[in-house]
Every structure is written in structure tokens, then in C-alpha cells.
Design a protein around this ligand. Structure first.
Ligand SMILES: C[S@@+](CC[C@H](N)C(=O)[O-])C[C@H]1O[C@@H](n2cnc3c(N)ncnc32)[C@H](O)[C@@H]1O
Length: 161
């Protein structure tokens, strides 16, 4: 069964990243990179009480992604992996998820840091980041564990590109 689902953006993300090349691959590699999230007027009431959270989850549409592949070579690896085992932007439903630092909210505009999102990205949703809900204490990280070890070894050998 295939059902079409249409979402309406609730806002727009502004960032210094104008093109995919050179944009950090995750908030963890975008330390300090500033951005703003402009929430459209009609949704601003929903921002009430958000300011008490240091981090928020942004869900957005990868609007510059064209098509998808079910097997992709992730940024952090050299071998093809199933797309759902990666965070690649070319996915059947091109939805992005970034946990960013919330600095302040002014007139419906969220000032954030650690942004790995392209400028003018349509925003689908905002949720507060809650470590007890979102950060399992024991988490395995599949192929990434090996990829990280290889990267560390290459770095130690001075072979890291
Ligand atoms: C590997 S993805 C991870 C994004 C998000 N943190 C996630 O896990 O869903 C990050 C890359 O997506 C690309 N990207 C960011 N915003 C995009 C957009 N609106 N459309 C297409 N690609 C985008 C950039 O090249 C960036 O380096």
C-alpha cells in the first residue's frame, strides 16, 4: 500500500551553508556554526516554553536532495551501506534530523548553533531534546564503530585526508 503524505513547512532554516559541498556532516562536526530558524507567524504560539531547553531536535526536508539510493557510501566510510543504516540526505523520504544548541528565541526566530543544514531548508517540526528520552545509555553504532577505528588508525599514521 502506498499513501501520499503531504506536510506543510512550519518555518525555514537559515545558515551560512550555501551548497552541500563543505557543509558539516553532523552537528557534532559543526561546533559553534550559527544559524537561525524562522518559525512562521501562525505556528509561533507553539514555541512557548521551548526556551528552557538547551538543545532542540529539528526535523526538515532535504530540499536540495534529488532522488535516492537504497545503498550509499556514507561520508564516514568507503563501503556501500543500506541507506537506512546511514544519515545520507538522498533517501526515499528526504527528512533530516539535527540536534542543535538553542541560544535564544526572539520574535519567532530561534538562534541556534552547531548547524549542519543548508540555507533556506524547509522546517517540518521542532522537538525539545531530552537526554532521558533520546539518549539511550547503551547504544551500539553498527558499521560506524569499525569506520571510526579505521579513521583513528589513519589519523595516527598521518594518512587521514
Ligand atoms: C549527512 S547529512 C546529516 C543531516 C542530519 N544531521 C541527519 O542526520 O539527518 C548532512 C549533509 O546533508 C546535506 N544537506 C543539509 N541540508 C540539506 C538540504 N536542505 N538539502 C539537501 N542536502 C542537505 C549537507 O551536504 C550536509 O553536509
Amino acid at each position: 500500500m502506498s499513501t501520499k503524505i503531504a506536510y506543510t513547512p512550519i518555518g525555514i532554516v537559515h545558515s551560512p551553508h550555501r551548497r552541500p559541498r563543505g557543509t558539516p556532516i553532523q552537528p557534532a562536526t559543526a561546533a559553534g556554526v550559527p544559524g537561525t530558524v524562522e518559525v512562521f507567524e501562525e505556528y509561533r504560539e507553539g514555541l512557548r516554553d521551548l526556551e528552557g531547553f538547551s538543545h532542540i531536535v529539528l526535523l526538515y526536508h532535504f530540499h536540495r536532495s534529488k532522488g535516492f539510493s537504497l545503498r550509499v557510501v556514507p561520508f564516514l566510510d568507503t563501503r556501500p551501506r543500506g541507506v537506512f543504516a546511514t544519515r545520507a540526505p538522498k533517501r526515499p523520504n528526504p527528512i533530516g534530523l539535527s540536534v542543535v544548541r538553542l541560544k535564544r528565541i526572539e520574535n519567532g526566530v530561534l538562534h541556534v548553533r552547531n548547524v549542519d543544514i543548508l540555507d533556506n531548508t524547509p522546517l517540518l517540526d521542532i522537538k525539545p531534546y531530552v537526554p532521558e528520552f533520546d539518549g539511550p545509555t547503551e547504544a551500539r553504532t553498527g558499521w560506524l564503530e569499525k569506520a571510526r577505528k579505521t579513521a583513528r588508525r589513519r589519523k595516527a599514521d598521518g594518512r587521514f585526508a
